[in-house]
Design a protein around this ligand. Structure first.
Ligand SMILES: Cc1cc2nc3c(=O)[nH]c(=O)nc-3n(C[C@H](O)[C@H](O)[C@H](O)COP(=O)(O)OP(=O)(O)OC[C@H]3O[C@@H](n4cnc5c(N)ncnc54)[C@H](O)[C@@H]3O)c2cc1C
Length: 457
């Protein structure tokens, strides 16, 4: 049967003599003495012949992909070969390193609460799992505020969070004022404060921990950009992936199983495997796109400013702030309205957005924030799930050797420990063992079963 590349090939193969200095090639050779790099006519052939084989290939080495590699190799060790393909080992645009590193159990869906309960446990006890790392975990909790109108939903969420093992407390306006004297409670009826496994941490350190341990257990992290897939005609299996190394050299990686964890680019990569472009089950796209979010750093000289124990505070309109670092800096942000999503062709920061959308809420909530100085900012991409703004985790419905882990839309870093673990269970055990999150599967999209989460910021 004829084979075809699923995606149109828009570049030409390069030949022979530029070969020798290519990092991905030398790395492949160093790692795998049996690799199938061929010598043709006494010269090393550099293109299609340069290829690797593995049991599991993971596309995207951010927190989700690196966690998956960590769990797979920790559990299966030598019995399973794992390659992580990451196009940018500096991670300069990866969501993981541009995130705020918040972890909370204050969600409305049981799956999110449970994923983040394990995330919180893992982050709080990172040394137990990752060895000598310091995630700089700040256990200040989240403080989610509610008005008279939204108080009932907050109470329902609190009840569910409690039932599932979260340790939170509900506080009336009076109690909030006692505990947080800086808080203006004039329009607040209730607040929920997380007392355990909630706060924030250093996302870089978590990523480094996953990567280092996964490598120690034998996972290979290769620098390369995934270009397209090889899918035999009519097959429900993807056989291999083509990768462009930093030097533009083309390599192929053959695999038994593929895990797609490419963050904001997952939708685009899925299309290269005809997902969303084909007939029947292939007509459903992976609904992930980048959406830009700003984070602003500020200081205040105001009196009664929120102190070092201040929780990450979430206001009625979605504005949040928290302390940052050991000095007196704060960070703050807020998602834009759906119709005002900024362009995603750059990571520029819109400072006017702070003035018009973030600062007024900060100033209203805390008098010390009436006068502040913005001293820094950054932007990053959410891997946004346009279907229901929630993670998509599990097997693909058409390809029987493809697994997906993406779409967390703002809460993926905290869920990365649990998501990597459940993906390892699907692959090694054939089903969920620790946590059944099948309702977050890809099949919900074609079936039009959205999983809306009310606590998304
Ligand atoms: C401003 C901001 C604040 C956030 N705050 C929080 C928070 O407080 N708490 C929380 O839990 N989450 C937060 N998030 C969300 C969180 O960062 C993400 O959900 C999480 O990091 C997703 O991890 P990932 O591994 O899927 O994606 P990424 O970290 O983006 O990793 C995907 C990787 O895939 C690689 N890749 C892409 N295309 C290719 C290709 N073709 N070939 C090879 N590699 C490729 C990329 O280079 C990248 O390194 C925030 C995000 C942002 C932007």
């Amino acid at each position: 049967m004829m084979s075809k590349w699923a995606h149109a090939i828009s570049f030409s193969f390069r030949s022979g003599s530029q070969a020798d200095s290519l990092p991905i090639v030398s790395r492949i050779r160093a790692i795998d003495p049996h690799n199938s790099l061929k010598n043709i006519g006494g010269k090393r052939s550099m293109s299609v012949q340069t290829h690797r084989k593995c049991n599991v290939v993971i596309i995207g080495g951010g927190a989700i992909g690196s966690s998956t590699a960590y769990w797979l190799k920790k559990r299966a060790s030598k019995d399973l070969s794992v390659i992580v393909l990451e196009r940018d080992p500096t991670y300069k645009e990866a969501s993981t390193v541009l995130s705020c590193g918040g972890v909370r159990q204050q969600f409305s869906l049981p799956e999110n609460i449970q994923l983040s309960l394990f995330g919180g446990e893992f982050i709080q006890n990172a040394k137990k799992y990752l060895g000598d790392v310091d995630l700089c975990f700040q256990p200040n909790g989240y403080l989610v505020l509610a008005s008279e109108k939204s108080a009932e939903v907050l109470q329902q969420n609190y009840k569910l969070q409690k039932e599932l093992g979260a340790c939170n407390e509900l506080l009336t306006a009076d109690k909030l004022k006692q505990k947080f004297p800086w808080l203006n409670v004039e329009d607040i009826a209730l607040g929920c404060h997380g007392l355990d496994k909630e706060g924030w941490f250093d996302p870089w350190a978590l990523l480094g921990g996953f990567r280092n341990r996964a490598k120690e257990y034998g996972a290979d992290f290769l620098q390369g950009e995934v270009l397209d897939f090889h899918i035999p005609d009519g097959s429900k299996k993807i056989n291999s992936v083509r990768v462009r190394a930093k030097t533009k050299e083309i390599c192929t990686v053959d695999f038994d199983i593929c895990v797609l964890t490419a963050g904001a680019h997952s939708g685009e990569i899925a299309r290269k495997a005809n997902i969303g472009n084909g007939p029947g089950a292939l007509s459903t796209a992976l609904p992930i796109e980048p959406r830009k979010r700003y984070v602003y750093v500020f200081t205040t000289q105001g009196e009664n400013a929120p102190g070092p124990n201040t929780p990450q505070t979430h206001d009625l309109d979605g504005t949040y702030f928290r302390r940052d670092g050991k000095g007196s800096n704060y960070i703050a942000g807020r998602g834009p309205d759906e119709e005002a999503e900024p362009p995603v062709n750059n990571l520029d920061v819109d400072h006017e957005f702070f003035d018009t959308n973030v600062w007024p809420t900060l100033a209203k909530r805390c008098t010390a924030f009436e006068s502040i100085k913005v001293c820094g900012s950054w932007a990053g991409f959410y891997e946004y799930n346009t279907f229901d703004a929630n993670g998509i985790v599990g097997p693909h419905t058409y390809y029987n050797n493809l697994y997906i882990g993406t779409g967390f839309s703002g809460h993926g870093i905290q869920q990365s420990p649990a998501v990597g673990r459940v993906l390892s269970e699907l692959i090694l055990d054939g089903g969920y063992k620790t946590l059944d999150i099948s309702r977050l599967g890809f099949d919900r999209i074609a079936a039009n079963r959205p999983m809306f989460e009310s606590n998304i910021y």
